[in-house]
Design a protein around this ligand. Sequence first.
Ligand code: GAL
Length: 675
Amino acid sequence: MERNLLFPQVGGFVHGGDYNPDQWLDRPDILKEDIRMMKKAGINSATLGVFSWSVYEPEEGVFHFDWLQEIMDNLYEEGIYTVLATPSGARPAWLDEKYPEAMRVDRNGVRNHHNGRHNHCMSSPVYREKTALLDRKLAERFGKHPGLILWHISNEFGGECYCPLCAARFQEYLAEKYDHDIDKLNHAWWTTFWSHRYSDFKQIEPPFTNGEHSIMGLNLDWKRFTTYNMNDFMKSEIAVLKKITPGVPVTTNFMKLYDGLDYRVMAKELDVISWDSYPKFHNDGESLYDTFGEAAFDHAVMRSMKKDKPFMLMESTPDLVNWHPYNKLKRPGIHLLSCLHAIACGSDTVQYFQWRKGRGSFEQFHGAVVDHLGTDDTRVFQEVSRVGSVLKQIGPAAGSVVKAEAALLFDWDNRWAIADMPGLANESKNYEKTCMDTYKEFLKLGVELDVISSGDNFADYKVLVAPMLYLVKKGMGDKLKSFVENGGQLLATYLTGYVDEDLLCYLGGFPGDGLTELFGVVREEIDTLYKTDRNQVCFIDGTCAQVNDYAEILRVKDAKVLASYQEDFYQGTPAVTNKQYGKGCAYYVGARIGQEAMQNLYINMLHAAGMEQKSLPVGVEFHVRSREGNQYQFYLNVTEEEAVISGVKGMDLVSGKTVNDTLVLPAYTAAVVEI
Ligand code: GAL
């Protein structure tokens, strides 16, 4: 079967990372040494120019690109490809001095001074114009360079701007959204409350710190607008590049579960998804298995935005970072393990921030492949070189994809709505954590979950879990019904279907939009528990589980009661139900209960869906990538003990040995078994 490689030029997995030679232009000896060392470490790609604006254009209209030409040529001659960034992630000082309107205004209405990076006003016409000019010049000069494989748009888009231009764009956005009818907005935002009716779109302001926050619809529409405006800026950069280099793919690097932008909107504009992963390995109080589990969830969020192709691990540290609360070294072996973990979860690249440590300024002590020591005999350099050779060994797996039959529903709108919902207990809402915990339970069962949005096609899956689906867009009810009707196994929990996409409560019973019929239950109240409160639910098979944080009081219409509350004034009332609906089954879990009990429900669902689960030793992660005719099974031992896994047959591409039933994995190691 033909391999669908992300970058056919590279011929396999990409191994590389951010390279900032512009910090070393006065040291040709170092630039020469870089290439020698890159080859030694098995590096085949370098990400250039991420923050190079002030070197490209040291003064307005004066451009210097020869240095980049030389670097790209030299790299290419040695078989190292270029991911070329547009430098819009940080502005030169002359730009802010001359055009202060390019600097962002914060939530207090105060304009920033020139500082840091990632702080531009996305509405600023002059910023857009200056960016477009530089992008055009880069595309014209380097667009046909044989070493160029990808455009990397800006860097880690994020943040908000409250300047008058952005406020005006927000008003235009709202006018457009509500058909220029202020009463439609008044209805959607329920503004008659506290005398908040607007008579003109011009009266609406962004949610300044000392401004309007009591209208949930305004807060949510501001978040949506920020995504819209950032995406619009990104699209303006992409348009320039695509016009000149239509054949060169584009990406931008996303961040871990970044809350400020709905990445699913931006993903539509990109050819490939890439992201920057910096897990807190070895942090106090968390097992390594949990840290890896969380990273697997993060990878799944990214992977699921474009399921038909691999994603890119655009940045990771070969060593440590300098911005965690405690900046601990990755222990020996963890680097290769975490790289294989990203590959196992669907990445076709392992890329670092950064190649060589800078001498000064904020990132001088951030980990890099080459230390200030400058030699190729350091532990980190050797671990990176090992990754380089293992990526070659497992090369046949490049281009294969993860195909999940189960999915978890996770919407940005929903996370924004839950975070802003007045009620419950802010410290225990934990929407993201609840999704991650759910994901981890499936991981223990060796079952891969995609992390999808309510806009995705549910028919691709047999099992769907939707924790805390508070915001249910109109139409979702029918979509979920037809999923179950056609044989799907669905599980929803407390807090499902309280509000629609305008954040207006459903009338006539939650879960709304027709879901009371699907689940056969109606929620009447929700109780918020203190940490010291105690309650339990007991199942009909006699097992019991503790209730934490939330308990809904349910009326059962026509569902089977699986468990009931044991304490309090709602003792004896139903807590967990299921209902056959068409060919499938819909579970409703009205309380936050222990994961062990949840796992039993998941097992029932998998069983009914005819899906296999695996029996894995504790602390072993399992993932599968495939393409027609080939399957690659990844086993990762993320514990400090040896793990023995039986029932494994095939060729382990990492060790080069055939496995015949028993796979023995020493601590912190992984196998990639080709079958
Ligand atoms: C990323 C950023 C990089 C570098 C890195 C350090 O967020 O994109 O430029 O700063 O963090 O960990």
